[in-house]
Write a protein that binds this ligand. Sequence first.
Ligand code: NAD
Ligand code: UDP
Length: 310
Amino acid sequence: MRILVTGGAGFLGSHLVDRLMELDHDVLCLDNYYTGTKRNLSHWLGHPRLELIRHDITEPIRLEVDQVYHLACPASPVHYQFNSIKTVKTNVLGTLNMLGLAKRVRARFLLASTSEVYGDPEVHPQTEDYRGNVNCTGIRSCYDEGKRMAETLTYDYHRAHGLDVRVVRIFNTYGPRMLPNDGRVVSNFIVQALRGQALTIYGDGSQTRSFCYVSDLIEGLLRLMASNHTEPVNIGNPREYTILELAQAIQQRINPGAELEFKPLPQDDPRQRQPDIARARDWLGWEPTVPLDEGLSRTIDYFRERLDAA
Ligand code: NAD
Ligand code: UDP
């Protein structure tokens, strides 16, 4: 098949491109390199089945493809808040453009949505039918509401034009190829510990997240795309940790002497998050296989090598 991956030079996108290339597909990667880099795909550069296209999805483009994995959007709060209006444009105009592209060529369309559509959740764990508790005027709104609108558009194209759609709600995912300055918690703590700096805990560290290793996540995306399920599906690891527990786990592995520094909690930071993955289990036969211990080891090895080379 010929498959378009928007955001294909980013963290998740590049791992998805790896799997699609290994499955012998023709892959088109569309990216404006805001938070992605060609380095993530350097091992495929020059391969006849991979085409890299530098393009900003807020502008229309015509491509002939069979499937679209729509991932383009900065995912780290630091990067999506840097230019919040651009984040809205990417989610709304960008998703409209990619839906239009898919509609024209009748391609199957998978939207990478997020657990952020649940906001600061009052239902725990989060099931897909929970409608969320999202602030529409805060610093996270450009992303949270942007993704909610991207879901709305996706289902409107499905209803109005019969577009064949899939929606995955991704929960915190980590692994090799996150940027050292990505700003998300796993990469921050690992890079800080490796550099002998204090680990910055926002708030008192009692807020929780559930961390999914990247290979598990990508397997979930492939299974959802291959399935017949148009309703949203959570993909994430249901094992929940406090941020303090995560900091201590990374501290112990890399540098038990590293300090923990407590900083103010950013506005609207969700207090708890854990996916209910019954749909993924029942519909896709999917569940995570890589425990945090092992995923952290692989991620630490990656950053150690990357920082040594720098
Ligand atoms: P990332 O920032 O590494 O990747 C995003 C990619 O999109 C980058 O390559 C970036 O350059 C590209 N991009 C951004 N704006 C663009 C634009 N206007 N035009 C073209 N390309 C653009 O982030 P990621 O972690 O790989 O996330 C990928 C997708 O998965 C995002 O849609 C994100 O919202 C979603 N997601 C990720 C997580 C996670 O934990 N990693 C959680 C929930 C949802
Ligand atoms: N966080 C932290 N220190 C950091 C970066 C993040 O304590 O250096 C916290 C952040 O406040 C949040 C959690 O870790 O409670 C996850 O943050 P991240 O930015 O990775 O993802 P998100 O908040 O979007 O789930």
